[in-house]
Design a protein around this ligand. Structure first.
Ligand code: SAH
Length: 220
């Protein structure tokens, strides 16, 4: 095996271990085969800054400039797992960042709509996705707390920056029978990863889970 492939497999093992250790918060003890394959097939090194390429397969967040980070691989894994994405799902992502999470989701969903508030990051993420030949992700620069009404409703919504609550527009744009995964909490020490479901009657249920530390969801 090529060294990147070896590193990627070792990282998957580390992720599986961390899943087992955190199962009391998430209810997930291991990666489902589809999510594991999506992670195994997505080159994280293509989404980190040139200077951090050597660290691409370490289980930690890395700086991508503009005060932002590409999330820790374990966090991408557990959020993707909790989202339960099906091949026909239309997914909304808030916080494109590097584009890595969107690339992973692109392998699992029909289409990913991804919103980034920093223009330079939106542009570079779109370029990276295009370079990899990923055609089912649409990136736009706008304020994610407003969602993307033109493409709503969404079967799945993933938020990769933390707010004090879930923006009401996102609740509205979640389809009936839909599912959202979002970090919630006003300070980095009090955030938890929430799973929000909307049933066929429109009833919303929120389950609080894993303690996490995300960058803030900002207002444009
Ligand atoms: N999913 C990313 C991680 C992104 S970090 C990845 O895989 O690399 C969170 C991102 O959310 C940052 O890029 C930040 O600029 C963005 N962000 C913060 N507030 C936002 C908002 N209101 N709307 C859209 N993006 C936002």
């Amino acid at each position: 095996m090529e060294s990147t492939a070896v590193e990627r497999m070792a990282l998957l093992d580390e992720i599986e271990n961390e899943l087992a250790e955190t199962a009391r918060w998430t209810g997930r003890t291991s990666l489902s085969p589809r999510v594991r394959a999506a992670l195994a097939e997505t080159p994280r090194e293509a989404f980190v800054d040139a200077g951090s390429a050597a660290a691409a397969y370490e289980n930690r967040p890395l700086s991508i400039g503009y005060g932002q980070t590409i999330s820790q691989p374990f966090i991408v894994a557990i959020m993707t797992e909790l989202l339960d994405v099906g091949p026909e799902d239309r997914v909304l992502e808030i916080g494109t960042g590097s584009g890595y999470q969107a690339a992973v989701l692109a392998r699992l969903a029909e289409h990913v709509f991804s919103i980034e508030v920093i223009p330079e990051l939106a542009e570079s993420a779109a370029a990276k996705l295009a370079r990899l030949g990923i055609t089912n992700v649409t990136v736009d620069c706008r304020d994610g707390s407003e969602g993307w009404p033109e493409h709503a409703p969404f079967d799945r919504i993933i938020v990769t920056a933390a707010g004090a609550g879930i923006p009401p527009a996102l609740m509205e744009q979640l389809a009936e029978g839909g599912r959202m995964v979002a970090p919630v909490g006003s300070t980095p020490t009090t955030q938890t990863l929430n799973v929000i479901t909307k049933d066929e009657g429109g009833k919303i249920e929120v389950t609080e889970g894993l303690p996490v530390a995300f960058v803030p969801l900002v207002k444009r």
